[in-house]
Write a protein that binds this ligand. Sequence first.
Ligand SMILES: [Zn+2]
Length: 422
Amino acid sequence: MFYVFCQVFNDPIHGTVELHPLLIKIIDTPQFQRLRNIKQLGGAYFVYPGASHNRFEHSIGVGHLAGQLVEALRTRQPELDINDRDVLCVKIAGLCHDLGETGPFSHLLSQFFIPKVPPPRSTKASVEMFDHLVKSNNLELEAYGLILPEDMDFIKQMIEGLKDPKAVQWPYCGRPKEKSFLFEIVANKTNGIDVDKFDYFARDCYHLGMQNNFDHLRFIQFARVIKVKKDGLNHICCRDKEVGNLYDMFYTRNCLHRRAYQHKVNKIIEHMIAEAFLKADKHIKIEGSQRQMFTLSTAIGDMEFLTFDYGMKDKDPINNVYFYSKRNPDTAFNITRDQVSKLLPACFSEQLIGVYSRNTDQSMEDARKHLDQWCIRKGLPNPQTKTRQKLNKPDNEAITREGKLKTGSNLEKTRETRRTSK
Ligand SMILES: [Zn+2]
């Protein structure tokens, strides 16, 4: 065994971060360096002056955490047969998972200007960019012990995440079925618990000046791979006593969305930037896929539908997490909410509707009236009345509706909370 000279970085979130020479090669490419100029939180920087961090440092953090988790599993469970190639590929996937981010205005552009053109999924764009990065910089991956094309396929599949692991043609995704747990490290499509979130929760909270009540190091400490009878796959499982911390993690995610990612002023600023782009419509062209050129669309919406959830639409994400106990460390099981606490959220998704206007004249009043009428037509309460009513639906769903007016601001909101009965 030979010693690999790693470079050491100092990171405000993770302290000293050691990176493999191949990761340094990737970081030193123009495709990766462009992440230095992409704000992690886009327009939220206009609201939170500390939120100036970029995709660059987040990507390094995810590469580091991906390495920490896979190394922890290798050390604790040698029977998993995790080799050096697996570890290196997992680190690369973590490092490169956001390569396809097209900047703070990408979401805004796709939402307001080019609604008829489906926006590229950022994971797909990351995979394409990773391919381009490797080719255009002549990266010799084999010189670092990787085997092609299977390791390239493996890395790309980890970036994309496995939506339905049962439907996967195992020989084609770079690793055998026994190593299915490796696909849950960077982008976990089954329950949303992955190192990408571990880094951005900690990093965003730090830069926004908020408390992060989730300790990802504790999760890594207790992570254990167990074969699950239900689907015959090896999954990363969590210790049963940590279930409360996982609910805290999803709550932190919800807080970040409410206070920063979907903050009303952030949204207003996005609309204003959208207006600026509209004015520049004639002069700006956007390159789409297939190298086609698109002009900015003239379509613009003035109403926002914001959905807040726990990452799995209206479902409890913990239902998709497997746990193990101290007494039976090799048996995976689910934990129902009744076994956790009576104080858990009753619903996991809600939608807020906000109407924005720059004017403070009569047109503002007219907009208010129109919103009132719209709410009545849709069966929602008047947003100015803070009323609350419960409706029983025949499909056994209870819907709580709440109208809300932020006084002193140019924003009106109404809220629809959907609760699925047990
Ligand atoms: Zn990310």
